[in-house]
Design a protein around this ligand. Structure first.
Ligand code: C2E
Ligand code: MG
Ligand code: MG
Ligand code: MG
Length: 286
């Protein structure tokens, strides 16, 4: 990965250290204290329905600010946390905070939205995971229909038969499931049919090239066609321009998410924008 650590902080890692095991060890050690030292924060990015411009959901994105390392990208630290097993504890924290926030918004009388939480392969394969999710929902008193779990295509297709069992267990509890970064892996359409999930998230790599590449437009069209015939909802991620949004609307994509609609924000700012967002979206999206 070409990402550099400390996007907003100073450069802690020299170029030689980027990919080195020393760097992995530093991050892994720093992660050990991240939870107790309160260095994590959840950001929320709006998801909007194209047919009526309604805010229908928010994806939860984890942010980590370390006093010396600065801002570390999830693409950098999540794989390290997965390898070390720390992702189980971190993922549970993310889930609980997200569920708690969603419940707090409902209790405040805001229109309920779906809260979409990213799931790591390690969490997904933990046999206790479905029960853990239900326990968190019970303890935080959030009905399961407000929670969506995002599983990447790669994880779902890595062992599809195993995935079907776990996905069905989660769905049976009333939780929604979506396939993240769709189009970047190798989906078997027959497994996709058997997955019985709710939504496909079209990967941003296709969306960002909508204007420039007819191949990518064709791919998006094909994904929308597959989703439609399987009865799956679609959301496009990484929507950065009006042009992209117009194309997606014309092609029948259900929902959009991206910088053009709204950047990921901490809960308080997301909430401030909640109503304003809906209003401004109504004018901006038409
Ligand atoms: P993802 O789930 O595919 O999330 C979408 C990523 O695209 C996020 O990056 C988001 O900030 C970014 N994004 C949103 N809109 C736009 C846009 O219009 N243009 C562009 N260029 N990017 C946009 P982020 O937050 O850096 O997260 C990267 C990945 O890290 C996520 O990809 C997800 O796989 C993982 N991740 C983030 N938070 C969590 C978490 O709590 N748990 C797990 N397991 N993974 C997480
Ligand atoms: Mg995601
Ligand atoms: Mg994605
Ligand atoms: Mg992605």
């Amino acid at each position: 990965r070409a990402k550099q650590a400390g996007r907003n902080g100073f450069r802690f890692f020299t170029s030689e250290m980027q990919a080195s095991s020393a760097r992995v060890m530093i991050v892994e050690n720093a992660l050990r204290h991240a939870l107790e030292r309160d260095q994590f924060q959840l950001y929320f990015q709006p998801q909007v329905r194209l047919s009526d411009s309604q805010l229908v959901g928010a994806e939860v994105l984890l942010r980590w600010e370390h006093p010396e390392l600065g801002h570390v990208d999830p693409a950098d630290f999540i794989p390290i946390a997965e390898d070390s097993g720390q992702i189980l504890q971190i993922g549970e924290w993310v889930l609980r905070q997200a569920v708690r926030q969603c419940k707090a918004w409902i209790d405040k009388g805001l229109a309920p939205i779906l809260i979409a939480v990213n799931l790591s392969a390690v969490q997904f394969r933990d046999p206790r995971f479905p029960e853990l999710v239900m326990q968190v929902l019970r303890e935080e008193q959030l009905p399961p229909q407000y929670l969506e779990l995002e599983l990447t295509e790669g994880v779902a297709m890595d062992n599809p038969l195993e995935a079907i069992i776990i996905i069905n267990r989660l769905l049976a509890h009333g939780i929604s499931m979506s396939i993240d970064d769709f189009g970047t892996g190798y989906s078997s359409l027959s497994y996709l049919r058997r997955f019985d999930i709710n939504k496909l998230k079209i990967d941003q790599s296709f969306v960002c090239e909508i204007g420039a590449s007819s191949e990518n437009r064709a791919i998006i069209n094909a994904i929308l066609g597959v989703a439609k015939s399987l009865g799956l909802k679609t959301i496009a991620e990484g929507v950065e321009s009006e042009e992209q949004m117009t194309f997606l609307r014309e092609k029948g994509c259900d929902e959009v998410q991206g910088f053009f609609i709204g950047k990921p924000l901490p809960a308080e700012q997301f909430e401030e924008n909640f109503e304003r967002q809906v209003l401004s979206l109504n004018t901006r999206l038409k």
